[in-house]
Design a protein around this ligand. Structure first.
Ligand code: SF4
Ligand code: SF4
Length: 206
């Protein structure tokens, strides 16, 4: 499902921050460690203005890519279905897939095993309490070094990234220098990513 309004994009328009390599919202105060909500109203107000310079350090940093368990982080993009398997491990996609497996089970015994499986139990918990539907992976938010809170409150706990692999390092190395203007991912989102300070040749499009 898609939302009526992308809150990270609306937040950039409201001057709260800019989008990062995996399109998470980054803020100067708390990096991506913010939870957004919106109020729709008709009140005439003077808005804050959009930030022009990117907060993200780009592929030279790439900590969100290095940590991502399903390798869902792309160059200024994200494989959202792959991300959902971790950030919403017992959400709607898992539920519908599990029901399909139940319906398609070859024997009554297999169907019974699926029905009494840990997956069914976890799906029941997610329906009952939301656990696993909205409380999954936030690793990319944890390890992002942007935000005044990172150095003071997080660095000592999350500096090391155990999920990193040589393959991820190679992908990042290939991205450096190629993920700026002219690359599909950046160009599609440049208004909300902002000007990349680490690529002098790059200017954000309006
Ligand atoms: S939330 Fe988890 S799975 Fe999704 S992009 Fe971030 S690290 Fe990857
Ligand atoms: S971890 Fe690094 S590359 Fe990823 S969003 Fe944060 S600053 Fe950008």
């Amino acid at each position: 499902m898609t939302t009526l309004l992308s809150l990270p994009h609306a937040a950039v328009e409201a001057g709260l921050g800019t989008l990062g390599l995996n399109l998470q919202l980054l803020t100067p105060q708390y990096g991506p460690r913010v939870v957004l909500t919106a109020v729709l109203c008709t009140v005439e107000i003077e808005c804050d203005t959009r930030m022009k310079e990117a907060l993200c350090l780009g592929p030279e940093c790439g900590r969100c890519l290095k940590t991502c368990p399903p390798d869902a982080v792309k160059a200024w993009d994200r494989d959202w279905p792959a991300c959902d398997t971790h950030r919403s491990p017992y959400g709607f996609a898992k539920l519908s897939g599990h029901i399909e497996s139940l319906i398609g089970a070859a024997t009554a015994e297999q169907r019974r095993e699926l029905l009494r499986s840990e997956t069914t139990f976890n799906l029941w918990q997610s329906i009952l309490r939301g656990a696993g539907a909205i409380t999954g992976c936030r690793r990319c938010a944890d390890v992002c070094p942007i935000g005044a809170d990172y150095e003071a409150m997080l660095k000592d706990a999350v500096d090391a990234i155990p999920e990193n692999t040589p393959e991820k390092e190679s992908r990042l190395a290939a991205m450096v220098g190629e993920a700026g203007a002219g690359s599909g991912g950046y160009d599609a989102q440049s208004r909300w990513i902002g000007e990349l300070k680490f690529h002098p040749r790059v200017a954000a499009k309006d």
